[in-house]
Design a protein around this ligand. Structure first.
Ligand SMILES: [Zn+2]
Ligand SMILES: [Zn+2]
Length: 236
């Protein structure tokens, strides 16, 4: 049974957050751009979820299109924020980790300048994963865990569920434009990767875990075959 629902920050999958439904609580994954909180809260309610049933906000990495509304959401929902130690400084400063914004194509330089300049309201994360520590989601009634999958940034996190679903955010992306309006199944690079060979390693680590469906930060979900193709042909 599908446990992951997409929350779109921009239409057509241009920027995604997700919610994982648990038997006890639900887990929100990523917080979109600054000022996305109303949109996210509204979409949670449209899914029929009660806001008081959200138990945790996971921030997958320190890029502002993923942590921009973390402060507002953690306050509105009264939930702790989980992040990896390597990307935690982005939240406490409100700035993307600029050193990780290495464009995968020259035309993304413009986006790099924009993301480098943008600022979110800082927030101090409550839960910090260190090194390759694993965070179980069992307490929320979710069979799955949050794991360290570095490469896109040094502290990138993924969520792997026992049912075969995984949220891997910016380890890969799909479609033609940033979010994949057309040609949903075409794999492509996200605008930035800090270390492509580490991304490849992390993808293989994820593929080794009986995963079937991969939810992305930009674009629509992809299957194992597509993700493997991406790792083998586009990451060197
Ligand atoms: Zn990113
Ligand atoms: Zn992104």
């Amino acid at each position: 049974m599908q446990q992951i629902n997409r929350l779109s920050i921009l239409p057509f999958g241009m920027i995604n957050s997700y919610v994982i439904r648990g038997a006890k609580k639900h887990v929100l994954v990523d917080a979109g751009l600054p000022d996305s909180e109303k949109q996210i809260l509204q979409q949670l309610q449209l899914l029929g979820l009660s806001l008081k049933d959200i138990g945790l906000l996971v921030i997958t990495h320190g890029h502002i299109d993923h942590f921009g509304s973390a402060n507002a959401l953690s306050k509105a929902l009264d939930v702790p924020i989980l992040v990896h130690e390597n990307d935690a400084p982005a939240l406490s400063t409100g700035k993307s980790l600029v050193a990780t914004l290495k464009p995968t194509q020259a035309y993304w330089n413009l986006l790099k300048w924009k993301l480098s300049a943008d600022t979110a309201t800082p927030v101090v994360p409550d839960l910090i994963l260190r090194a390759d520590e694993v965070f179980s989601l069992k307490e929320f009634g979710i069979a799955g865990s949050v794991i360290h999958t570095p490469g896109h940034t040094p502290g990138s996190l993924s969520i792997v569920l026992d049912n075969g679903e995984a949220i891997i955010m910016d380890l890969a992306s799909s479609g033609i434009f940033l979010g994949g309006i057309l040609c949903r199944s075409r794999m492509k690079h996200p605008p930035f990767h800090h270390d492509k060979s580490l991304v490849k390693h992390s993808i293989h680590q994820l593929l080794a875990k009986n995963t079937e469906t991969f939810y992305l930060g930009h674009g629509y979900p992809v299957n194992r075959k597509l993700l493997l193709h991406y790792a083998e042909t586009m990451l060197g």
